[in-house]
Design a protein. Structure first.
Lengths: 448, 306
């Protein structure tokens, strides 16, 4: 076995057989699922107790329209006489969240309704009240025109459209595609790459610093070339990352087959459904119509999941993971070689972190406009492409862009690795004094 | 032909010249001392021999041939700053480093067991390095240095961190390795061990080789014509033109004097002169210790620089 092979083997074995690695690898999918489920659950739980809203309706016409909701309970206060609302609020002795007063006919003057409270009121209450009152007021108004059948005509005129997006495949067959689903899948992969670059790049950096502080590095480079040591470490840790990813995929696929294909990628579906529920709720509120949850939607999602080309996505993920990781890991290795202890990495980490963060935010922004110029350039430029391209992939990136992006990525990781190797071999033998950027640039000129 | 030669090696770092045309010659099967004060350039030279860094100019010959990458297998290097992977098991670690020196795992295992038996530490194999004491770690480090039976051993301050018992053990091992045919480069500040072990030395000061040769020859060259004389008399006085008295000391039955004789006089002439005045018990030349040679050379060469 070549020396670099021996180094890769050691770097890989010592990490994969660590207890912490095994535990984390097995636990993270479940933590992830629990996290998503937890957020979903939490977002659905409203305040436990309904808040009490006192309704003082001087007209006596509108107060009774308000029905109690999950969050609010409307208390009708009959006749408080001359007492002002604020006095009532204080003297009632009850825990009243807010007081709603209706001081005039709302059909004639919609402004004669006011909410009082000691607290800053949230949007939900205001929305709740107007959502209940508006349709009622509209109806009253329609009735007041005294045109026969007008009510039915108006109801009839309300149309809610539901656009199906259909993607043609090469044979001309149709699969339903979903923008929401595509963006969610893109986001998941982007997040994975972002996480892997930081986690495993950081691991490379830590390993380099450790060897340096242990002083084993001098013994090592008397046996192998610094380049071999650095690459062995980077490649060994890349295999650790891939192993972890494969185990996760196996767990997800295993879980999916266990739950039946109907729930394939169940987490993804969960998120998608929540998004849609939200939309439906909005529709209900705004339109006041009866857009009930269509049972067909859930079935549609399964169709959509099949519409996403997972094998291509995963292949690209692996390519971009390896490319992006190699690009950044060599930079992390160089940074590690520059310092004596981890606390000193700050000044060198800063630019790298900024770039990765920029890429991540560009990726989030690109979901809305995956073919826009920012998304295009950032998915081609090597330092950001591994993160940004993952968002664009589900939206069918033209092949030439994909190849250009991958080609540039490969070229640039060869270049950064060469540069990083130069910094590394000088850095690992430097102790004591803090290195400045100026010196680092000088090292690049050293012949050996 | 020398086993290892460096020829006019120059190494320039950003703001200082680490090695200024340094040439050393290490005969085969020899213990060679590489001496010099801190920061003189010893470590840089050692790193160049180990191919950790490359010289700006000049060459390094091993057995008459320029150094090649594979030559690292023939070299065992014990750096001054020792280090091992702390979390790794001792056995795995030794095998790993041996494999990187080009040994097969099987051979490495056999050699490892041999050395572990020799040092009586076979039961350490499954311990993690961090569980061992510093002295124990030093022993492991020494084993990793010699396991692949290097023809050239480079030991940088090998005795630092060893207690006297283990230092003695180490000295014995070094001598044994030399008997077995190894050539040893030995870098140290400890001049006592240089006199004990080294046959040849090079002294580097301020990036230059300022003194080299056989230890015995150097001490002869640097001798100050100082003698120790013991006589069975009551007084001892200087004799103009023959010797000065540096100091005298009363000993049972006489006097011991340290004298400096005129440079142009032979020992016999001095003895003749002494015999006429005193009853001589002993007459012995005092050669400078390596400590004195070191200090004087470093001082001199520094003066020239200034």
């Amino acid at each position: 076995m070549s020396k670099i092979g021996i180094i890769i083997e050691r770097e890989y074995m010592t990490r994969v057989y660590k207890k912490s690695f095994i535990i984390m690898t097995l636990a993270i999918p479940f933590i992830f699922i629990a996290l998503i489920a937890g957020t979903l659950l939490l977002s659905q739980i409203k305040d436990k107790e309904a808040k009490e809203i006192a309704v003082i309706d001087y007209t006596g016409k509108f107060g009774q329209v308000l029905k109690d909701t999950e969050s609010y309970k409307f208390l009708r206060v009959e006749d408080i006489g001359e007492e002002s609302a604020s006095n009532y609020y204080k003297s009632s002795g009850r825990d009243i969240y807010a007081i709603l007063t209706i001081t005039g006919d709302l059909i004639e003057n919609p402004k004669q309704i006011t909410l009082f409270s000691e607290k800053t009121l949230n949007m939900g209450l205001k929305k709740d009240i107007s959502n209940q009152l508006n349709p009622y007021l509209s109806e009253l108004k329609i009735e007041s025109y005294n045109i026969p059948d007008l009510k039915r005509i108006v109801a009839d005129s309300k149309v809610s459209i539901d656009i199906d997006t259909v993607k043609w495949d090469i044979e001309g067959g149709e699969t339903k595609s979903s923008a929401e689903l595509a963006s969610i899948i893109g986001m998941v992969f982007t997040f994975l790459i972002y996480m892997f670059i930081f986690a495993y790049g950081g691991m490379v950096m830590q390993a380099v610093i450790q060897e340096k502080t242990n002083r084993i590095v001098e013994v090592m480079v008397s046996s192998v070339k610094p380049f071999e040591l650095m690459m062995g470490k980077i490649i060994g840790i890349a295999f650790v990352g891939l192993t972890q990813f494969l185990i996760w995929m196996a767990i997800i696929i295993g879980a999916c087959t266990a739950l039946g294909i109907g729930a394939s990628a169940s987490e993804i579906k969960d998120i998608a459904t929540v998004g849609m529920e939200q939309q439906m709720m909005n529709q209900q509120m705004l339109g006041g119509g009866a857009a009930m949850a269509d049972p067909g939607i859930i079935a549609d999602i399964n169709g959509m999941i099949q519409g996403v080309n997972f094998s291509e996505l995963i292949a690209c993920f692996v390519i971009y993971f390896i490319g992006g990781y190699l690009l950044y890991a060599s930079l992390f290795a160089a940074i590690g070689s520059l310092v004596d202890q981890e606390a000193d990495t700050q000044q060198f980490m800063m630019p790298v972190t900024l770039i990765i963060m920029f890429a991540f935010y560009t990726a989030i922004y690109s979901i809305e406009n995956p073919d826009g110029p920012l998304a295009f350039w950032c998915s081609v430029i090597p330092l950001t492409s591994p993160i940004v391209m993952m968002v664009r992939l589900p939206y069918d990136v033209p092949l030439w862009q994909l190849f250009l992006s991958i080609g540039l990525l490969l070229g640039s990781f060869i270049a950064t690795t060469a540069i990083a190797a130069k910094i590394y071999r000088t850095g690992i033998l430097m102790y004591g004094k803090k290195t400045t950027w100026k010196e680092v640039f000088k090292w690049l000129k050293y012949s050996n | 032909m020398y086993f290892l030669e460096t020829k006019n090696v120059i190494k320039q770092y950003a703001d200082h010249l680490a090695l200024n045309s340094v040439s050393i010659c290490v005969p085969e099967n020899n213990i060679f001392g590489l001496l010099g004060p801190n920061g003189a350039g010893k470590t840089t030279l050692i790193r160049i021999i180990n191919q950790i860094t490359a010289p700006d100019s000049g060459e390094v010959l091993l057995n008459g041939n320029p150094l090649k990458q594979e030559d690292v297998h023939k070299i065992g290097y014990l750096p001054e700053e020792r280090g091992l992977y702390k979390k790794m098991k001792v056995g795995e670690q030794v095998l790993y480093l041996a494999q990187l020196k080009g040994m097969s795992k099987k051979d490495a295992k056999i050699r490892m067991n041999h050395w572990f038996d020799k040092f009586g530490i076979s039961d350490w194999s499954n311990k993690k390095v961090e569980e061992l004491s510093k002295g124990m770690q030093q022993k492991i480090q020494f084993i990793t240095t010699v396991l692949h039976e290097p023809k050239l051993l480079i030991l940088d301050e090998p005795f630092s961190g060893f207690d006297p018992v283990n230092a003695e053990l180490l000295k014995k091992e070094i001598m044994e390795l030399k008997e077995a045919g190894a050539t040893i480069i030995f870098s140290t500040h400890n001049m006592g061990s240089v006199e004990d072990l080294c046959e040849n030395i090079t002294l580097i000061n301020r990036s230059k080789a300022v003194l080299q040769g056989r230890v015995d020859d150097i001490r002869q060259q640097m001798k100050k014509h100082i003698f120790c004389v013991r006589v069975a008399n009551e007084t001892f006085i200087p004799k103009d033109g023959v010797y000065d008295v540096i100091n005298t000391k009363r000993i049972p039955g006489g006097i011991e004097a340290t004298i400096k004789i005129g440079a142009n006089l032979s020992n016999n002439e001095v003895i003749k002169s002494l015999v006429s005045d005193y009853t001589i018990i002993a007459f012995e030349e005092i050669l400078p210790s390596m400590q004195e040679v070191f200090i004087e050379t470093v001082k001199d060469s520094s003066l020239i620089e200034i």
